[in-house]
Design a protein around this ligand. Sequence first.
Ligand code: UT7
Length: 329
Amino acid sequence: MGIQIIGAGMYVPETIVSNEDFAKIVDTSDEWITTRTGIKTRHIADGELAYQMGAKAALRALEDANMAVEQVDMVLVTTVTADCLTPSLACMIANEIGIEDAICMDINAACAGYVFALDIAKKYLDSGDLQTVLIVSAEMLTRMIDYTDRSTCVLFGDGAAATIVKKSDSLYASCIKSSPKGAMKIYTKLPEPKHPFQTKTYRWNDEDVAKAPIGMIQMAGNDVYKFATTAMPQAVELAAQKANISLDEIDLIIPHQANVRIINTAIKKLKLPPEKFYINIEEFGNISSACIPLGLAQLKAAGRLKQGDKICLVGFGAGLTYGAVIFEY
Ligand code: UT7
């Protein structure tokens, strides 16, 4: 059994920040950011929260599917930048759009979150227990960016995208993986507990982590880059093997948009025509788990997804997580 995406929607905030805008606040240039990452602009939230962006994307996906909120059986939200530690962003988004009775939960697989969520949705749908899953990827990276750190602040943007997933009889295969030895290659730390019964100091095993600022994304960019250029092509190859198709049979690949050079390396390694890869990093930058569904929503709205197309979604992110899904549209 496979999946079908019967609706998709996206929402990005109005405020756009250009590379030139960053050159005014840190020691960087449009030339460096463009050539090293492929990013020109990113949309950033200004006065709106992740659940509000997610709700807008979700309503657009429901409208696209011509569906009522009552028909949603499960809300899966992918995020690393939720508004609250608890409740889940899924419960907050469901409440915002008027869903009263659905299984709601968040999935934190960082930038690979949508691929993980789609695979989880598929497995629930296979069980026959439910018919319709709403996946919302809502991210507000500006929440955890250090705007004095030029090596990270220029990379990320905010936004949300949503898809409505049902089961189908068509082709589906996935390769979902993690490489936890890279757990601290990208991280954002919470404060250590402070309580009235405390007698000891909380100590991280790693001195660098201990010294890192609270709430700000830390990234070993070069290590993640190397990991991604191996993990992305490997995940696509493994998913294609499981689908029992050759790489040439894939019609479209939507990769996670972290760095255009990572995508170009994957294109070379997989020996596929660049036209098969969807790239929108220039406008949006890296919106973590929202990148891939945002691409799906854009392509669906433009009528570029054709019935029978074999689509591959491939992501990687903090964890380190990575994975690919291949399905027939
Ligand atoms: O979504 C998943 C999470 N993230 C990623 O996948 C990111 C993966 N990594 C990358 O995309 C790249 O490693 C970066 C874009 C983060 C960095 O690009 P790079 O080509 O690997 O640069 P680098 O870190 O090796 O730095 C080269 C130089 C350094 O200066 P020195 O030491 O050579 O003098 C940096 O300080 O570039 C400098 N630099 C900058 N210069 C101007 C770093 N950031 C900037 C900047 N503007 N914004």
